[in-house]
Design a protein. Structure first.
Length: 163
């Protein structure tokens, strides 16, 4: 390949500075090997095109990953413990660059001994309930969900069992 590049480069130089017989010899050399030169540059063009296609594919994949809504828990707090009726506050945030549509939050709160927690599994049918509120979280938007303990104030005995 270097030989062909040198030959083509020398043609340009020869055309400006060389006598006609050297020009004729260079042109005959190129004419004798035109099939090989075409094959080499076709292969080179194929590799460059493949690289461009691969780059485009990677860019599409990266763009799709970047332009998503990433909704995660950003903060959790248990408040009002001193008053005896604790409240769980969960803040969710959209860390993505696009809005998150149809965001549904379902929360529950339990105080007791570990590992005997109640069953917090929500079925798909319950989750698809149209009465659940849905919201849109814009990029960087937050939503706070609060749920108070629905079994009444904590007794000293329940407080000790939870710690």
């Amino acid at each position: 390949m270097l030989k062909f590049t040198i030959i083509i480069g020398s043609i340009v130089l020869l055309s400006a500075f060389a006598p006609p017989e050297e020009m004729n010899r260079a042109i005959k050399l190129l004419d004798d090997h035109n099939g090989a030169i075409t094959a080499v540059f076709t292969a080179l063009l194929t590799f460059v095109t493949d690289g461009l296609v691969w780059t485009g594919y990677v860019q599409i994949r990266t763009t799709r990953a970047q332009l998503r809504a990433y909704v995660l828990t950003s903060r959790t707090v248990v408040a009002n413990v001193a008053q005896g009726v604790p409240e769980a506050q969960v803040t969710i945030k959209n860390f993505g660059q696009t809005p998150a549509y149809h965001v549904t939050t379902v929360n529950g709160f339990y105080v007791g001994t570990y590992p005997s927690a109640p069953n917090f599994i929500i079925t798909d049918r319950e989750f698809a309930n149209p009465s659940l509120s849905r919201e849109v979280l814009g990029p960087g938007g937050t939503s706070v969900c609060a749920d108070a303990l629905n079994t009444g104030p904590l007794t000293p005995e329940r407080r000790r069992s939870a710690c």
